[in-house]
Design a protein around this ligand. Structure first.
Ligand code: ADP
Length: 365
């Protein structure tokens, strides 16, 4: 099949050569004859028919030979510097189409058009990005399946135990609570996955409305009142008055709820959680600090990844999606989030958000 195609291309090249170069040879010979006859008339030289015939043949075949040589050289150069990289790009694209993202194209050797180098560079970067996305997708699917299995297994086990006919009332309550708790975990995880998915696919467009950030922080904090009272955690607040922001309140409440929930979750009995809000003309800065278990730099490097849980002792109280959501929301709002932490001393998250939507986002990048 390929040989047939190549033969066809060869025939086409020969046809092109004959139509173009023979015509050029013919026209050049005619011009040459005209020139020779004008020259001989001007100089008063008489040329015989044989002289003219010989000159015409010489010119014609010379042009044919030289153009043939040049044509061959051109064809050779085209094959090496144009056809070869194009063929490699085509073959690699076909592999990508079949789902093989490991393919990379070697950079063309010297002599090729520079644009091929650029196209191949872009292609390799695209293949690298795609293989990264594919790995993430595969990791995501396996993490979701793994995370779902645990609560499902708990529900199945306790559901089976609940079927025992002579189960004491106390046990029945205990098992029913375990089933309800697993349902809650599963439902939390699914809502977080859906939110994250919608945020990543940009199906959520922030709705900017002006409101007081301090009030929102207090409302979110109050939801944890029972937790801090039960565990004897001291709450310190330093919330500046009248800090208005123009942002999506619902999205931002996700950030505060997750940060507060982590601060209370990782702080032991008798610890302290501090929340502060300060602002300048353009930015509002919220700092959530705790005196909890803290984390090592190795854990800190991964906390914004989906399903990452650095502290296994609290794993059942979360699903490793909270901070991934927080980061996504902060990014969407063109804000910044930083974490300072050390094992045993506690953790502080600092979130910086724009108070008003940016009219010229490019300027501030
Ligand atoms: P989870 O809901 O499982 O806590 P997150 O995404 O909220 O998941 O947090 C990821 C990991 O970051 C946690 O498992 C924990 O190791 C670490 N982490 C987050 N906040 C804190 C904190 N305030 N103190 C100590 N470790 C924290």
């Amino acid at each position: 099949m390929r040989g047939k195609r190549q033969f066809k291309r060869f025939l086409l090249a020969v046809y092109r050569f004959f139509t173009v170069f023979l015509l050029v040879a013919f026209v050049t010979t005619c011009c040459m004859m005209l020139f020779v006859s004008t020259l001989s008339e001007t100089l008063g030289i008489t040329l015989t028919r044989e002289n003219l015939n010989a000159a015409a043949k010489l010119t014609f075949w010379n042009v044919v030979l030289i153009s043939l040589l040049l044509g061959l050289l051109y064809e050779l150069r085209r094959r090496l510097t144009v056809e070869r990289p194009v063929r490699r790009i085509l073959e690699a694209s076909q592999k990508i189409m079949k789902g093989d993202f490991s393919v990379r194209i070697p950079q063309p050797r010297l002599g090729s058009d520079e644009s091929f180098g650029e196209i191949i560079g872009c292609f390799n970067r695209m293949a690298q990005e795609l293989s990264g996305v594919e790995t993430l997708r595969a990791d995501f699917v396996s993490s979701v399946s793994h995370e779902m299995k645990t609560p499902l297994a708990v529900m199945q086990n306790y559901g089976t135990l609940l079927q025992a006919p002579d189960l004491p009332e106390e046990r029945r309550m205990e098992y029913a609570k375990a089933v309800t708790e697993s349902c809650r975990r599963l439902s939390d995880m699914i809502s977080n996955i859906l939110r994250l998915n919608r945020l990543e696919n940009q199906q959520i467009y922030p709705k900017a409305e002006a409101y007081e950030l301090g009030e929102q922080l207090c409302e979110c904090l109050l939801q944890f009142e029972q937790v801090w009272e039960e565990r004897g955690i001291a709450l310190e607040t330093d919330i500046a008055d009248g800090v208005t922001v123009c942002a999506d309140a619902e999205l931002l409440s996700l950030v505060w709820n997750n940060l507060f929930s982590n601060a209370f979750k990782f702080t032991g009995v008798g610890g302290t959680v501090s929340v502060s809000l300060s602002a300048d003309d353009r930015f509002a800065v919220v700092r959530v600090k705790d005196t909890g278990c803290g984390m090592s730099p190795e854990v800190g490097a991964h906390i914004f990844e989906k399903f990452y849980q650095g502290d296994p002792s609290h794993a059942s109280q979360g699903n490793g999606l909270g901070l991934a959501l927080v980061k996504r929301v902060v990014d969407i709002m063109q804000g910044e989030i930083d974490v300072e932490s050390a094992p045993g001393t506690g953790t502080a998250f600092t979130v910086r958000i724009r108070r008003f939507p940016d009219e010229h986002p490019e300027k501030n990048r």
